[in-house]
Design a protein around this ligand. Structure first.
Ligand SMILES: NC(=O)c1ccc[n+]([C@@H]2O[C@H](COP(=O)([O-])OP(=O)(O)OC[C@H]3O[C@@H](n4cnc5c(N)ncnc54)[C@H](OP(=O)(O)O)[C@@H]3O)[C@@H](O)[C@H]2O)c1
Length: 237
């Protein structure tokens, strides 16, 4: 089955990456479940990306909450019959404080945003994919976070936890027809500054379009042997 026939659930659909991913998967013919906390923002994305009414559905929910996440995933499955792909793109960054001065609430907030949303969405979506014998999960890891950057402890800990969760899930899903992969980037280059005004600093940035292209490949039938990968998209080698 080509991606054109797939049902693709995009969390973080209103984010700087989510918007581009929605457009690229829509252009490839996928049906889309757009997930976020505000209906009007989801509708704006659908309008901006020119989605036909019968090709998408909005699912509103705070993914930090398990019940709201299950309801959001169910509403997409109810609308289109199933969920084949989860692109988990919930974002957010809090930091700037040295670890010794860190407010524990900041760490809790980042874990809520990155770890618990991930657990909630995969727990809601994976059983259906495994029952169908086919599925794809993909997300974006942060290389600086995985390598532990100063004054970014909350974000780094939360993204590392998300990474471990997803690579554990990949091991557990092995052989089911479901794959779970990450792409890793440093900074998402929304304005294409790397190409329009290159500097040593932005030389390793990654455009949303490059990430969307990697997702399209990871979600293809041909990528079915790739599971548990961290695909680097930041020229680090
Ligand atoms: N931006 C970067 O430079 C960068 C670098 C490395 C990795 N990443 C990763 O790339 C991915 C996409 O990042 P981004 O920069 O595109 O994100 P973003 O622009 O900050 O957008 C955040 C998205 O997350 C959604 N969201 C936040 N909290 C939510 C919640 N509790 N429940 C449901 N949805 C929630 C927001 O939806 P609403 O506000 O509409 O509800 C919004 O669509 C993330 O995994 C991020 O960690 C980004």
């Amino acid at each position: 089955m080509a991606i054109a026939d797939r049902v693709v659930l995009v969390t973080g659909a209103t984010g700087i990456l989510g918007r581009v991913v929605v457009g690229r998967f829509a252009a490839a013919g996928a049906r889309l479940g757009l997930v976020g906390t505000q209906l009007d923002r989801l509708a704006e994305v659908a309008r901006d990306q020119g989605l036909a009414a019968d090709r998408w559905v909005a699912a509103v929910g705070d993914l930090r909450d398990g019940a709201q996440t299950r309801a959001a995933v169910k509403s997409v499955a109810d609308r289109f019959g199933r969920v084949d792909v989860v692109l988990h793109l919930v974002g957010g960054w809090t930091g700037g404080t040295a670890l010794v001065d860190l407010d524990p609430a900041e760490l809790t907030g980042m874990l809520d945003q990155h770890l618990w949303t991930t657990l909630n969405v995969v727990q809601a979506a994976l059983p259906g994919m495994i029952a169908a014998g086919w599925g794809r999960v993909a997300a974006v890891g942060s290389r600086p976070a995985l390598e532990a950057a100063p004054r970014a402890a909350s974000y780094a800990i939360a993204k590392t936890a998300e990474d471990t969760l997803l690579r554990t899930l990949a091991r557990e899903a092995a052989g089911t027809g479901v794959t779970v992969n990450l792409v890793t980037v440093g900074t998402i280059d929304e304005q294409h500054q790397r190409d329009s005004a290159g500097t040593p600093k932005n030389a390793t940035w990654t455009t949303p379009e490059e990430i969307a292209a990697a997702f399209l490949f990871l979600c293809s039938d041909e990528a079915g042997a790739i599971n548990g990968a961290r695909l680097p998209l930041d020229r680090h080698g």
